[in-house]
Design a protein around this ligand. Structure first.
Ligand code: ZN
Length: 249
């Protein structure tokens, strides 16, 4: 599903593009290859591959960037990396989980036991090519991307800032959603203190395109959504959170 000149959604449970357990998988056309954000659950990775083949003529060069190590973002990493022969980039924290297939550390064991994921969902180990730095730009397939760590949804969550199609673009993962909704959830590692400490880093970025990993996205006035949550935190209030009706997962 093409959403701008360079940006596509090639997997999503909510949009019905792939497994219902998948986050949104954004793929973008960079100067020297395709950059894929997150890998989904892997339960229908064949659908993700089919969308990639349908949208892009040349998949010979690309990269997979993992935003954080939650099952709906990482369980498909090994399958997609093997099929595409693309390097995988993660944070240092996520690297240990993905390379060892640590189902406890990524929350899969606990969430699966609660019925949040199918009993047969696994995290196959996958080699990571390199870890990305914090708060400094890196070159991925010829595109300058700045990974920014923002704790709160999880300890290893990063968002990614870049310029695409003339738009200041933020891939906000599960950190902040449309409407200023935060990804604060009732699992180990998610905490409001992380948001208090780190979310203000996303003020004044001039974001136009806000591309979260669930729910609505927008190509215009993205900063307003981020600022709504930051303003609430500054006033001493708890911003809206996922699961409160704004964002049905
Ligand atoms: Zn998550």
């Amino acid at each position: 599903m093409r959403i701008s000149d360079s940006i596509y959604v090639v997997g999503s449970g909510q949009f019905g593009l792939s497994s219902r357990y998948d986050c949104h998988l954004y793929a973008l056309r960079a100067p020297h290859g395709i950059v894929l954000f997150d890998a989904g659950s892997g339960l229908k990775h064949d659908r993700v591959l089919a969308h990639l083949h349908a949208e892009f003529d040349d998949l010979s060069r690309g990269a997979i960037i993992i935003t954080h190590a939650h099952p709906d973002h990482i369980c498909g990493t090994a399958a997609l990396a093997a099929a595409l022969h693309w390097p995988v980039y993660t944070s240092a924290q996520a690297r240990a989980i993905i390379e060892t297939g640590d189902e406890d550390a990524c929350g899969l064991t606990a969430t699966r036991a609660m019925g949040g994921y199918p009993a047969d969902l696994r995290l196959p180990p996958c080699p990571v090519a390199a870890t990305y730095p914090s708060d400094e730009p890196i070159d991925i397939c010829g595109l300058s991307v700045t990974p920014i760590p923002v704790r709160g949804h999880s300890p290893d969550s990063y968002v990614f800032l870049c310029n695409l199609d003339g738009l200041r673009t933020l891939f906000s993962a599960d950190v902040v959603f449309y409407g200023g909704v935060l990804g604060l959830i009732n699992v180990d590692g998610s905490d409001l203190a992380g948001y208090r400490a780190d979310l203000p880093k996303l003020a004044d970025l001039g974001v136009e395109a806000l591309l979260p990993a669930h729910g609505m996205f927008t190509l215009r006035f993205g900063q307003r959504h981020i600022d709504t949550a930051i303003a609430q935190l500054k006033k001493g209030f708890v911003p809206r959170m996922v699961g409160q009706g704004d964002l049905i997962l």
